[in-house]
Ligand binder design. Structure first.
Ligand SMILES: [Zn+2]
Length: 73
Protein backbone atom coordinates (compact mmCIF):
# COMPACT_ATOMS: atom_id res chain seq x y z
CA UNK A 1 0.00 0.00 0.00
CA UNK A 2 2.61 2.50 1.07
CA UNK A 3 5.84 2.51 -0.87
CA UNK A 4 7.72 4.04 2.04
CA UNK A 5 7.26 0.83 3.96
CA UNK A 6 9.26 -1.32 1.61
CA UNK A 7 11.96 -3.41 3.17
CA UNK A 8 15.66 -3.61 2.48
CA UNK A 9 18.03 -6.51 2.61
CA UNK A 10 21.50 -6.79 4.07
CA UNK A 11 24.15 -5.31 1.79
CA UNK A 12 21.76 -2.92 0.10
CA UNK A 13 22.65 0.78 0.12
CA UNK A 14 20.61 2.94 2.47
CA UNK A 15 18.35 5.11 0.27
CA UNK A 16 17.60 7.68 2.93
CA UNK A 17 18.89 8.41 6.42
CA UNK A 18 16.59 7.43 9.23
CA UNK A 19 15.56 4.81 11.72
CA UNK A 20 15.05 1.34 10.33
CA UNK A 21 13.35 -1.53 12.12
CA UNK A 22 14.32 -5.18 11.98
CA UNK A 23 11.14 -6.86 10.72
CA UNK A 24 11.48 -10.15 12.63
CA UNK A 25 12.32 -8.71 16.06
CA UNK A 26 11.51 -4.99 16.03
CA UNK A 27 15.04 -3.85 16.86
CA UNK A 28 15.63 -0.24 15.75
CA UNK A 29 18.82 1.03 14.19
CA UNK A 30 19.70 4.38 12.68
CA UNK A 31 21.32 4.36 9.25
CA UNK A 32 22.81 7.23 7.30
CA UNK A 33 22.34 7.65 3.58
CA UNK A 34 24.86 5.67 1.49
CA UNK A 35 25.64 3.27 4.35
CA UNK A 36 24.95 -0.39 3.70
CA UNK A 37 22.35 -2.33 5.61
CA UNK A 38 23.86 -4.93 7.90
CA UNK A 39 22.59 -7.82 9.92
CA UNK A 40 20.49 -7.29 13.03
CA UNK A 41 22.66 -7.23 16.15
CA UNK A 42 19.67 -8.17 18.30
CA UNK A 43 18.15 -11.27 16.71
CA UNK A 44 21.05 -11.93 14.31
CA UNK A 45 18.76 -11.94 11.30
CA UNK A 46 20.92 -11.77 8.20
CA UNK A 47 23.53 -14.10 9.64
CA UNK A 48 23.82 -17.85 9.82
CA UNK A 49 23.13 -17.54 13.57
CA UNK A 50 19.70 -16.03 13.06
CA UNK A 51 16.37 -17.57 12.26
CA UNK A 52 16.30 -19.71 9.14
CA UNK A 53 13.41 -17.66 7.91
CA UNK A 54 15.53 -14.55 7.87
CA UNK A 55 18.78 -15.93 6.61
CA UNK A 56 21.19 -13.81 4.66
CA UNK A 57 19.79 -12.19 1.56
CA UNK A 58 16.26 -11.69 2.83
CA UNK A 59 14.83 -8.24 3.31
CA UNK A 60 14.70 -7.39 6.96
CA UNK A 61 15.00 -3.63 7.45
CA UNK A 62 11.90 -1.52 7.23
CA UNK A 63 11.94 2.26 7.40
CA UNK A 64 10.28 3.71 10.45
CA UNK A 65 8.27 6.72 9.44
CA UNK A 66 7.98 9.88 11.50
CA UNK A 67 4.42 9.16 12.51
CA UNK A 68 5.69 6.12 14.35
CA UNK A 69 8.42 8.10 16.05
CA UNK A 70 6.05 10.71 17.35
CA UNK A 71 3.72 8.08 18.67
CA UNK A 72 6.43 6.50 20.77
CA UNK A 73 7.58 9.67 22.51
ZN1 LIG B 1 16.33 -8.43 14.59
Amino acid sequence: MNEENKTHSKGEAVPEAGIYVCVPCGFKKEYQEDEKFGECTSCLAGTSEGSDEYAEGLELWEKLNEKHLNKEE
